[in-house]
Design a binder for this molecule. Structure first.
Ligand code: NAI
Ligand code: MG
Length: 503
């Protein structure tokens, strides 16, 4: 890593004295292991979910899904080719014409409620599977990913019989069959964000999970079966970029929805530019988390930690740039470093773990490369002294100070547990710096003044602005970006508008 550079890197020193604080947090005393023990009920092989059945892919090709916490192979996943995607679209079209699109909303609602309830019944199993496949801490998959996914199904089930209120004064109708491709950072939750509103509106679906995290998506296929959805309404096809591309360009798709990198988002947009497909894109981000000198500092430090270290920083709306007012910068940095020293990095299946495994070797390499660039370009790096497990993909919580706007770590999405800190003197300078990025997904503002919150939320070019909190998600609240962070909204009434046509 960056240690080969001539720049001096500060790491936290292991605790030596036995103050009360050390007894709780230091190296001398450790928490006992608290491994999660629920059975994720994994299968050795996962097939494609097409037309209500699990079927093997035409080419009989499978790829491995790896547990990033220990590099063990956990299952083989079907690699769908264009012919499989075609079958999925035909099944979806048949289901659409067979009555899903014209079924009364109150009937469709029952199916969506059933999905939500069945997911709740199997919540622990899904949480463990999510953690094993993707590396996120079990406390996050258990307390955030799975319950929030269920909440999305409940919320949209509630809309299904109230569609007349989506666009008051107008009637709405489904678009038809929609194609969706999702990333690996919130595998089950992104699936729920994509399919719940589409189903409520009466669309049928062909969706692809990301190649490193297909398992909970394919397990949801079992729930779709158990909920008794008509065959073909939901089709889940796993695979790589070629599978994703086949989904996005298929002639039957009336709309495509994508969440992932800006780079792939642009490829998709180019590939369907001469069609009349609707599209929504939820792409990258480089959010500013802005702390003013009148902010409640301890609360802000917790918000900064949550903003960048939640889900190892694999979050499109992560608060990856900290903008702190100059007068409080030393205090905020000191408190932040102390807080980072006690973050528990390691086995994602341990209930005490704060930061789990990086999702893949590729992502770890990308983070390492960007962090090296930060050191080379002259930013000052601070890392937690934590010990990382020998096997698996891990990265120490990292904070860069003395960052300038031109550094790569200030401009590019790192998508890892790495924070870039910059300072500002005036509100105008904070706005200028926050908006100085091609992205515009989210931002955070920490201040005691309500008027300043309102001013900032109108000046910041970001789809979501959190005030005195960060990373709060709710199915009722629309989420989406400006500029290269994409377009379209997911969640709330606005999210439903992106899955219907007005008639
Ligand atoms: P990616 O954008 O390649 O992958 C996202 C999804 O798109 C996956 O399901 C993938 O199979 C699919 N895909 C890939 N090529 C495609 C194509 N040509 N047509 C259709 N679908 C295609 O992201 P990747 O490579 O996994 O991560 C690279 C970087 O992207 C990350 O380091 C991060 O910075 C960013 N990223 C951002 C996300 C966000 O939510 N903002 C999510 C995932 C990645
Ligand atoms: Mg995996």
């Amino acid at each position: 890593m960056a240690s080969s550079s001539s720049v001096k890197i500060r790491t936290a020193k292991p605790v030596k004295s036995r103050s009360d604080r050390d007894l709780i947090f230091g190296d001398l005393w450790e928490f006992d292991p608290a491994p999660e023990s629920a059975d994720p009920k994994l299968k050795e092989r996962y097939d494609l979910f097409i037309d209500g059945k699990f079927v093997s892919p035409k080419g009989r090709k499978y790829f491995d899904s790896i547990n990033p916490a220990n590099e063990h192979k956990i299952a083989r996943i079907a690699h769908a080719k264009a012919a499989d995607v075609d079958l999925a679209y035909k099944a979806a079209k048949k289901a659409l014409d067979g009555g899903w699109g014209t079924m009364p909303g109150r009937e469709r609602a029952k199916y969506i409620y059933r999905i939500a309830r069945l997911l709740q019944d199997r919540a622990r199993e899904f949480a463990v599977a999510e953690t094993i496949d993707g590396g996120k801490p079990i406390k996050e998959s258990r307390d955030f990913d799975v319950p929030t996914a269920a909440a999305h199904f409940f919320y949209h089930a509630g809309w299904a019989d109230k569609l007349d209120y989506v666009a008051p004064g107008r009637k709405v109708a489904p678009l038809g069959v929609v194609g969706q491709v999702i990333p690996w950072n919130f595998p089950l939750l992104m699936l729920a964000w994509k399919i719940a509103p589409a189903l409520a509106m009466g669309n049928c679906i062909v969706i692809k999970p990301a190649e490193t995290t297909s398992i909970t998506a394919l397990k949801l296929g079992e729930i779709v079966q158990d909920a008794g959805l008509p065959p073909g309404v939901v089709n889940i096809v796993s695979g790589f970029g070629d599978t994703g591309s086949a989904i996005m360009t298929h002639p039957i798709a009336a709309k495509v929805a994508f969440t992932g990198s800006t780079e792939v988002g642009k490829i998709i947009m180019r590939s369907i530019a001469d069609t009349d497909k609707k599209m929504t894109m939820e792409l990258g981000g480089k959010a500013a988390n802005i702390v003013f000198d009148d902010a409640p500092i301890d609360q802000a430090v917790e918000g900064i930690v949550n903003g960048i270290f939640f889900n190892q920083g694999h979050v499109c709306c992560a608060g990856s740039r900290l903008l702190v007012q100059e007068s409080v910068a030393p205090q905020v940095l000191r408190k932040l470093e102390n807080r980072i020293k006690v973050l528990r990095v390691g086995d994602p299946m341990d209930k005490n773990t704060d930061i789990g495994a990086i999702n893949s070797k590729e992502q770890l390499d990308k983070i390492t490369e960007l962090v090296d660039s930060g050191v080379k370009e002259g930013a000052a790096m601070f890392q937690s002294a934590c010990k990382l497990p020998r096997k698996g993909y891990y990265f120490k919580p990292t904070v860069f100070s003395n960052v300038t706007m031109s550094h790569r770590i200030a401009q590019e999405e790192i998508f890892g547990p790495v924070l870039s800190v910059m300072t500002f003197r005036t509100l105008e300078e904070a706005v200028e710096k926050a908006n100085n990025t091609p992205f515009g997904l989210s931002a955070g503002v920490w201040t005691d003044k309500g008027s300043r919150i309102l001013k900032m939320s109108t000046e910041l070019k970001a789809g979501v602005v959190w005030a005195n909190t960060y990373n709060k998600f709710d199915p009722t609240s629309p989420f989406g970006g400006y500029k290269e962070s994409g377009f379209g909204r997911e969640g709330g009434r606005q999210g439903l508008l992106d899955y219907c046509k007005l008639v």
